[in-house]
Design a protein around this ligand. Structure first.
Ligand code: UFG
Length: 341
C-alpha cells in the first residue's frame, strides 16, 4: 500500500516541487492550499510533469472545520506543512496577520493530527531562526538569536510549538528543516517560483530583470565585511530541497528518527555573494542583468551559510546541483513564464 502525504501549501514554490519528488518516490499526495500566494498554474504544472492528477483541496489550514473534514476524507501517513506567509518586509507591516496565519495554521494542524492520530509532521523552518550568527557556518546547535522580524519570530515559535507538542504527545514525531536560500526551478521549466507583484527575493528579481520585466536590479550594499563586500548566502536548489523532504518523510514513516523532534540544516554548505550570483547567472545564461549597487537593505544580515554535516550523515542527503545548473533552471523557468524563446 502506498503511503499518503498531505502537502499544505502544495501549490506554492517549494510545495509544488516537493509534490513532484514525493510522487516520483512512490508516495500518494493530497495538496491543500488556499491560493493566497500561489496559483492553479502550479497544480497544472505538476500534472503535466507527472502525467497524473493530484487531489487538490482549496482550503485554509487555519480553518479547523475544513481541516477536520480533510482528515476524515483521507487517511494520511504524514504531513508536510509549507503553507505560511513568508515575506520578511511585509511581516513588519502586518505582524498580526503573520502570527495569526503562521502560528494558527500549525496549531490547527497539530490539533487535527492529534485527534485523527496522524503522527508524522515535516515543518518548513528557515535559517532565519539563527539571525546573524557569531560563528559561521551555522550548525543545528548554533544558538538562535532574537528574531528581527515577525516572520522570523513565527518560524522560531513554530519550532518551539513542535518541540513541546512532540514531547507532550509522544506519538507525534516532527522534523523541522531549516532551509537556507531556496532557488532554481524544475528542469522541465513547468513549475518554478511565481512571486506576486515585485519580487522581494534576489533570484526572481534577477530573472525578471533579465527578462525586461524590471528595469534594474539593486544590489543592496557592497561595504559588508565579506570578500567582495556584498552579502553571503547559501543558495540551495529547490530540487535538492524537495528531495530532502522526501527523505524526512520516509524517516518519519519508517520510524527511523533519533528523537521525537529533530532539526536539520538544508543548505549546500557553500557561501555565495550577491555579486557572484549575478555574475554566475549572466555567464551561464549568456544574458545581461542590468544592476547597480545601492545602500544596504534594512534588516539584512551580513552572512549566513550552512554546516550540513548533520543532514549529510543522519539523512544521507546532500545538495547535488551546482549553482550553474540552478541559475540555468531559474532562467529557463522565467523564459517559459514570459514566453521568451
Ligand atoms: N538582494 C539584493 N537585491 C534584491 C534582493 C535581494 O541585493 O533585490 C540581496 C539581499 O540583500 C541578500 C540576498 O540578496 O543579501 C538574498 O536576499 P533574499 O531577499 O533573496 O533572501 P534573504 O537571505 O534576505 O531572506 C531569505 C528569505 C527569507 C528567509 C531568509 C532566511 O527571503 O524568507 O532567507 O531563511 F527568512
Amino acid at each position: 500500500m502506498k503511503k499518503r502525504v498531505l502537502v499544505t501549501g502544495g501549490a506554492g514554490y517549494i510545495g509544488s516541487h516537493t509534490t513532484v519528488e514525493l510522487i516520483e518516490a512512490g508516495y500518494d499526495v493530497v495538496i491543500v492550499d488556499n491560493l493566497s500566494n500561489s496559483e492553479l498554474r502550479a497544480i497544472d504544472g505538476i500534472k503535466q510533469i507527472l502525467g497524473v492528477d493530484i487531489p487538490f483541496v482549496e482550503a485554509d489550514c487555519c480553518d479547523k472545520v475544513a481541516m477536520t473534514k480533510l482528515f476524515n476524507d483521507y487517511k494520511f501517513d504524514a504531513v508536510i506543512h509549507f503553507a505560511a506567509y513568508k515575506a520578511v518586509g511585509e511581516s513588519m507591516a502586518l505582524p498580526l496577520e503573520y502570527y495569526q496565519n503562521n502560528i494558527g495554521s500549525l496549531i490547527t494542524l497539530l490539533e487535527v493530527m492529534r485527534d485523527s492520530k496522524v503522527n508524522n509532521l515535516v515543518f518548513s523552518s528557515s535559517c532565519t531562526v539563527y539571525g546573524q550568527a557569531d560563528v559561521l557556518p551555522v550548525t543545528e546547535m548554533t544558538p538562535r538569536k532574537d528574531a528581527t522580524s515577525p516572520y522570523g519570530n513565527t518560524k522560531q515559535m513554530c519550532e518551539d510549538i513542535l518541540n513541546f507538542s512532540t514531547a507532550a504527545y509522544p506519538s507525534i514525531h516532527g522534523i523541522a528543516l531549516r532551509y537556507f536560500n531556496p532557488t532554481g526551478a524544475h528542469p522541465t521549466a513547468l513549475i518554478g517560483e511565481l512571486p506576486k507583484g515585485v519580487p522581494n527575493n534576489l533570484v526572481p528579481f534577477i530573472t525578471q530583470t533579465a527578462a525586461g520585466v524590471r528595469e534594474q536590479l539593486s544590489v543592496f550594499g557592497n561595504d559588508y565585511n565579506t570578500p567582495d563586500g556584498s552579502n553571503l548566502r547559501d543558495y540551495i536548489d529547490v530540487i535538492d530541497l524537495a528531495k530532502a523532504h522526501v527523505i524526512a518523510v520516509t524517516r518519519l514513516v519508517e520510524g527511523k528518527g533519533k528523537a521525537n523532534y529533530e532539526v536539520f540544516n538544508i543548505g549546500t554548505g557553500r557561501a555565495v555573494s550577491v555579486l557572484e550570483l549575478v555574475e554566475t547567472f549572466q555567464r551561464v545564461n549568456d544574458v545581461k542583468v542590468n544592476y547597480k549597487i545601492v545602500g544596504r537593505r534594512e534588516g539584512d544580515i551580513e552572512a549566513v551559510w550552512a554546516d550540513t554535516t548533520y543532514a549529510n550523515n543522519e539523512l544521507g542527503w546532500s545538495a547535488k546541483r551546482t549553482i550553474d545548473e540552478t541559475m540555468a533552471a531559474a532562467w529557463a523557468w522565467e523564459k517559459n513564464v514570459r514566453g521568451i524563446k
